[in-house]
Design a binder for this molecule. Sequence first.
Ligand code: PEP
Ligand code: MN
Length: 342
Amino acid sequence: MIIQLTKDTDTKSYEELIQVLDKNKFQFREVKTQLGSYLIALEGNETDIRKIGNLSAVKDVHAVNAKQQLVSSKWKTQPTVIDLGDGIQIGGRDFSVVAGPCSVENADQIKEMRDFMLEQQISIMRGGVFKPRSSPYSYRGAGIEGLKYFSSLCHEQNIKIITEVMEAEKIEAMYPYVDVFQVGARNSQNFHLLDALGKVDKPVLLKRGLSGTLDELLFSAEYIFSGGNERIILCERGIRTYEKAYRNTLDLNAVPMLKEKTHLPVVVDPSHGTGKRGMVEPLALASVMSGADGIMVEIHKNPAKAFSDGEQSLNFNQMAELNRKVIATSQFLEGLNTQQSI
Ligand code: PEP
Ligand code: MN
């Protein structure tokens, strides 16, 4: 059960509510986010929730019959829109395209890519400066110095940036430069990091774990929300299965399932989801049709020379072609959804 508290609950009304919960043997936890205050109450006696709803400390009360509470669509029926400022949103009416390098390499690379993205009217760039690599001998990223030029070159032209944070202790140093903090697949259940991101007033893009279930992904999102940050974007990026023909199996089943279970926006990463350049476009278009709110794609001016993930990166022409088809596909889908049957 989610109890939304009124804005200026006084001590007396708050205590009255706590007494009712105690009397009915509820376990509860208080959650304060940047947007509101809640009590999450679990496992109490069967109670007429209207009695709780009538208390003066309570703005609204919702019986949520789901494992996860705050991220559940059972209480918040309108989809959450993540506002990045300057009219840029994820989860709104428009399908979002995020593109950028796997790794930030140098300022010239970012400048060229930014100019390409401006031409394409793509307003969010992804790029890692701290890279989780399977081998310790692979390129590990340009670090904070890389983040500084990545951020300033993009912000100069009103392009927002998404970048991965691998440890809670780096959040503070990264904070001034980042628009969206990415939690990578390997950290999807790093609860220390998730707790820390709950304290941050910037959106978080949370990737599904390498072998993570949807329930685990939603619980991870619940960590961030219950830690205080409501602005979460979920990302399907493929899971490990017995199939070895491609890097991961992109689980597009996840999109309609997540859209049913949660009010949070869902984006798809067809680059890591397939690991193969030639598969990125068809799976990106399938992501649009699956009902996703956006895609996040790795691109590089010269993929053969990329410091990381060149095999799954599109070159600029391929990205321009994909962007054209994504726009056409999402318009087609919107047309289908608004058409009346007679
Ligand atoms: C990435 O997006 O840069 C990345 C490392 O992806 P993942 O965590 O999904 O492997
Ligand atoms: Mn990558």
